[in-house]
Design a binder for this molecule. Structure first.
Ligand SMILES: Cc1cc2nc3c(=O)[nH]c(=O)nc-3n(C[C@H](O)[C@H](O)[C@H](O)COP(=O)(O)OP(=O)(O)OC[C@H]3O[C@@H](n4cnc5c(N)ncnc54)[C@H](O)[C@@H]3O)c2cc1C
Ligand code: SF4
Length: 1007
């Protein structure tokens, strides 16, 4: 084990006892180095609520400073931290010069620098700076501060003119683009947060980024799914932290606490009606800025970790509630998310950065209320859903001493590394987003939010949880009535509490003619398929077809992300198609490849091949000319992607909540069409979408050409549990909330900081169910609100748990029992016909819960899938899409489930080669079970593969005392399979077959 400072090692830091020892050491050292601070810390820990906000801020900042050298010694990173402090100090002149010279003097004295000769001014300045200097911002700032000290008036005037030109003149701003010294905060014009120009296309008025994009905006060349936004550099991030005026000292840090109305004390609302409640996590933003600006990177990081331990899931391109409430309301707010993400990035770049993170989310001396995790409480909580609410709640519950088992319906890939092994270099955990395995952990943060954000951070969050002994997670497990795990199952297993963090994934469907045509899909379905099947990767065989032009219905963030990702995916899709087509043609000849295609398929293939050729030509030109390939003009000429929104851009939630995302999407070529209400999807002669008929503001109609219509009309909370389990009550769209006595309460709606966190929703004797995140009427809406709800709600759960004795089963045993019940492996694979395969799975909970008529989703793990390497194609990962599979039969005693697969494409073909013992995902059972009638006669009619669903229905119907007349139809004689199962399911069977001579009857009528 790698030794650490103070004679400790990583294995000790992994335990509570080790952290207690570390805390003692810290406190002792503090006593020796700063007696006063030591006493303040002890007093604060003894009575945390005795401190007012200002005193707590001061204590946090002082402790942040003291923690830095302690951690430097513990992890042996003194030199690295010194270098960061030195770099910070070296940039100080820029911030000082900007504030004192550029903003306060230069732009005021010379508000119109249009006549200045910048070259001459620069030349004069360089002469005075000395030959060795070039016109860097740091050089300029250092010299100006020195000249000011010396009172060098004539050169200061030259510098002032230059500064005015660089700050105000368009040429000066262009020359210093990316710098910070000459970039002063602009006034905010709420009606023009996104620069747009108006165009007419297909008879519809649309908005797009102007052809000549204004400064700060760029038509960006997107190619694939690598991270599209690396974030600010150090100088830019520190510029923001120095722009912040550290309002905590006056208690005015509205970014954290919210902007309150002076008279009523209520939160103010923005012009767009957005409540300005500040950071839902109450993150100590001002204190973090102050510490980092003073060079204390780890102090700043520890400050964030007090309130936002799962900070890897927040920050740049994720949240901005804090920015919206910044004290600067009339000018650009401080870019807090950029600052926060930069701090995280810098810490991760340190040797042992991941370990520092892991330590500070458990032991954190800046956290005066809970500096250390509590000892084992004996309580066990089932957390359902591993999105932002679920993973944040799981963390806090563990720090309160509880065992947590988390389940999610999505496939969650194995972590692929030894979770317990110390990580020296965080980069070893990270993958290029273009090749990254979509791990399935993180809810919408994984399958919805796109590559604008570094999704590798989800692996970090997962590691913070999976390292802990009192935690286990299981993917592919659906919770609900009649699902893999029900409320009663959880109680029977010994859980003390169930916390529902199931999000709001139920899409709002627009009921319009043609709404079910091919080419029309739900945005969440598109994004989920794109992200979770790996369809976007060259190595994947997953199938996701999209055609151009694309019209996305909606004006929210989901619509925005769908538009950008569909454009990026289209290029990848046609390239993949052409590549595999080429290889198949070389192998089998073109006629053989085309033989099985319908007329429509041939048309689509021609479209894809032509577009792939254009993409290849552009790649070749770009390579020849040494530039990035530009696909936007091609996509535009094939129809591009248009957002069709029923109201104005200014009313769109993406604009009012997160206008930056609108601008970024427009940089990728997305257009926005206002005032369009969808009326119908028009189809071509094959029944595929061809256009979207819309009604304009003025009542007139138009048809937008659309081969893909993607609906992003909002989503609903996942309350299907109330339908499946009649004990669960609804209150409108949400579950009904209750208080600890079980009486109904009404949570404050849409307020991330309610006076009280009403997170309880159902009481079963002494045990409770709670709800969080997008599922909750207070905390829905975005990632950080979901996380904030978990932070506010976990004390409620802990209090409820403390009121009753825990169930007798120890946490470890419960985790082992869950592992045995909730994991699925391949038990047997039987070929039934030339195109039908039966897969039998060992999946005890899934087998036990099955009711006739329900189905499962079967999928292998991408990380474990076989890989083929072929000439001309490279690597192909034999990973499956989730296959919806009817349960044919189950054997609950043996824990077995049988599913029947018709081989009809890439994923289903892989079932036959699933190795025995292979861990897989078998999500379900799901879907409504078939009603089984007693004492009557029931006709069952099945064709080919479809017979599989009837096996269990027939058997159950007969068991209920009814008679079954079964019509079993087949195209060919060889298509018949599992005859014995059908016989068991029926009293009378009518065998039908298109192929002569048909089947001979083998059984007589049994009355
Ligand atoms: C495309 C898109 C882009 C977005 N962009 C942003 C953004 O930039 N910033 C931002 O702050 N917010 C964004 N959001 C919103 C944000 O992602 C959500 O508000 C947030 O993820 C809610 O977190 P949650 O934990 O409540 O739920 P979710 O993230 O939805 O997680 C719920 C989890 O529960 C699981 N689950 C559901 N039902 C069951 C069941 N019965 N059994 C087992 N598991 C179940 C689901 O599989 C899922 O993993 C975006 C949303 C979308 C769709
Ligand atoms: S971010 Fe804005 S509100 Fe927050 S402390 Fe800084 S200036 Fe004040």
């Amino acid at each position: 084990m790698t030794p650490l400072g103070f004679g400790l090692d990583f294995s000790q830091l992994a335990t509570r006892d080790g952290m207690v020892a570390l805390d003692r050491l810290f406190v002792e050292r503090l006593a020796a180095s700063d007696g006063d601070l030591h006493l303040r810390l002890l007093a604060a820990r003894a009575a945390p609520d005795g401190l007012d906000a200002k005193a707590e801020s001061e204590l946090v900042i002082a402790l942040g400073g003291a923690l830095e050298p302690f951690l430097a010694e513990l992890f042996g990173i003194g030199a690295e931290l010194d270098a960061i402090a030195a770099e910070t100090a070296a940039l100080d002149p820029i911030h000082a010069c900007k504030r004192l010279f550029v903003q306060r003097q230069a732009v005021k004295k010379y508000p119109d620098p249009s006549g200045f000769n910048a070259q001459e001014l620069a030349f004069q300045l360089l002469l005075r700076m000395g030959a060795a200097d070039t016109m860097t911002e740091r050089g300029f700032a250092t010299h100006v501060l020195a000249w000011e000290k010396n009172g060098d008036a004539d050169v200061l005037d030259i510098a002032m003119r230059y500064a005015a030109w660089a700050t105000l003149a368009p040429a000066g701003r262009r020359a210093h683009e990316g710098g910070t010294l000459f970039r002063v905060p602009a006034r905010v014009d709420l009606n023009n947060l996104v620069p747009v120009e108006t165009i007419e296309r297909d008879g519809v008025t649309m908005l797009r980024l102007p052809e000549h994009a204004p400064l700060g905006y760029h038509h960006r060349a997107r190619d694939g799914f690598a991270l599209t936004d690396p974030g600010m550099n150090t100088q830019q991030a520190l510029d923001q932290m120095n722009y912040c005026i550290w309002c905590h000292s006056q208690g005015k840090d509205s970014c954290s606490k919210g902007l309150r109305d002076r008279k009523t004390g209520a939160f103010q609302k923005s012009t767009f009606g957005v409540t300005l409640a500040g950071c839902p996590l109450d993150e100590k933003i001002s204190e973090m800025h102050a510490l980092r600006a003073q060079g204390h990177l780890l102090g700043a990081f520890a400050t964030i970790a007090v309130d936002n331990p799962m900070m890897a899931a927040t920050g740049h391109r994720i949240c901005n509630d804090c920015m919206k409430s910044c004290i600067f309301q009339k000018q650009e707010p401080v870019d807090i998310p950029q600052a926060e993400t930069h701090i995280l990035r810098d810490v991760l770049a340190l040797p042992w950065g991941v370990e520092i993170y892991y330590l500070l989310v458990r032991w954190n001396p800046l956290n005066i209320r809970r500096p250390l995790p509590a000892s084992d409480s004996g309580r066990k909580v089932l957390v359902v859903g591993l999105g932002p609410a679920g993973f944040t709640l799981a963390h806090h519950l563990m720090n309160d001493g509880h065992t947590v088992v988390a389940v999610d319906g999505l496939k969650i890939e194995p972590l692929g590394i030894d979770a317990g092994a110390p990580v020296r270099d965080a980069a070893t955990l990270f993958e290029n987003l273009d090749d990254r395995v979509m791990a399935g952990f993180g809810g919408v943060a994984e399958y919805g939010i796109t590559v604008r954000w570094n999704k590798n951070y989800l692996k970090l969050v997962r590691l913070l949880l999976e390292r802990r002994e009192q935690f286990a997670l299981f993917g592919g497990v659906r919770f609900g009535g009649g699902a893999t795990l029900s409320i009663d199952d959880a109680w029977a297993m010994g859980f003390d509490h169930i916390a529902l963090c199931m999000g709001a994934g139920r899409p709002t469907v627009i009921d319009m003619p043609g709404g079910l045509a091919r080419g029309v899909r739900q945005a969440s379905d598109f994004l989920m398929t794109l992200q979770l099947t790996g369809a976007a990767k060259m190595s994947s065989v997953a199938n996701l077809q999209i055609r151009m032009p694309i019209v996305v219905i909606g004006g929210g963030l989901t619509a925005i992300d769908t538009a950008t990702e569909s454009l990026a995916y289209y290029v990848r899709q046609v390239e993949k198609f052409a590549l595999r087509f080429g290889v198949l043609v070389a192998e089998r000849g073109e006629a053989a490849v085309r033989r099985g295609w319908s007329e429509e398929e041939a048309e689509i293939a021609a479209e894809f091949l032509a577009h792939a050729a254009a993409v290849a030509a552009e790649r070749a030109s770009a390579a020849r000319e040494g530039r990035a390939a530009q696909f936007a003009p091609l996509l535009e000429c094939w129809g591009g992607a248009t957002l069709a929104y029923r109201r104005r851009l200014l009313d769109a939630p993406s604009y009012t909540l997160n206008h930056e995302e609108v601008a970024k999407a427009m940089e990728e070529g997305v257009r926005f069409a206002e005032g369009l209400t969808p009326l119908a999807v028009e189809t071509d002669r094959h029944g595929h979408a061809a256009g979207l008929r819309v009604k304009r503001f003025d009542g007139s109609e138009a048809v937008l050409p659309a081969r893909a219509v993607i609906v992003a009309a909002g989503t609903q909370p996942n309350t299907v549990l109330a339908r499946e389990d009649r004990r669960i009550r609804l209150d409108g769209r949400y579950f009904e909330a209750i208080d600890p006595s079980g009486a109904r309460v009404e949570p404050q709606r849409a307020l991330s900081k309610p006076d009280r966190a009403d997170v309880l929703m159902h009481k079963d004797g002494e045990r409770f169910i709670s709800f969080f995140g997008d599922l909750h009427p207070s905390f829905f809406g975005n990632v950080v609100k979901a996380m904030g709800g978990a932070k506010r709600g976990y004390p409620v759960v802990s209090n409820i748990l403390a009121a009753h004795a825990p169930t007798p089963i120890p946490g470890r045993e419960l985790i082992a029992a869950c592992r045995a019940a909730l994991t699925a492996t391949v038990h047997a694979v039987h070929r039934l016909t030339p195109t039908i395969v039966e897969v039998v799975l060992h999946a005890p909970a899934a087998a036990r819960a099955f009711r006739p008529g329900q189905f499962y989703r079967l999928q292998n793990f991408e990380t474990r899938a076989l890989r083929l390497v072929e000439a001309g194609i490279g690597e192909t990962v034999l990973g499956m899409e989730g296959l919806a599979m009817t349960g044919a039969w189950t054997d609950p005693e043996a824990g077995l489930v049988s599913v029947i697969v018709l081989e009809m494409g890439g994923s289903s073909d892989l079932c036959a080669v699933l190795p025995l013992g292979e861990p897989v995902v078998l999500m379900g059972p799901t879907g409504t079970a078939t009603e089984i009638h007693a004492d009557t006669t029931v006709a069952l009619v099945g064709g080919g593969l479809g017979n599989a669903v009837l096996f269990s229905i027939g058997a159950a119907t007969r068991a209920a005392g009814s008679k079954v007349v079964y019509f079993a139809g087949y195209k060919a004689l060889r298509d018949r399979y599992r005859v014995k199962e059908i016989e068991r399911a029926a009293d009378v069977i009518v065998w039908c077959c298109d192929e002569a001579p048909g089947f001979a009857p083998e059984r007589c009528w049994r009355s």
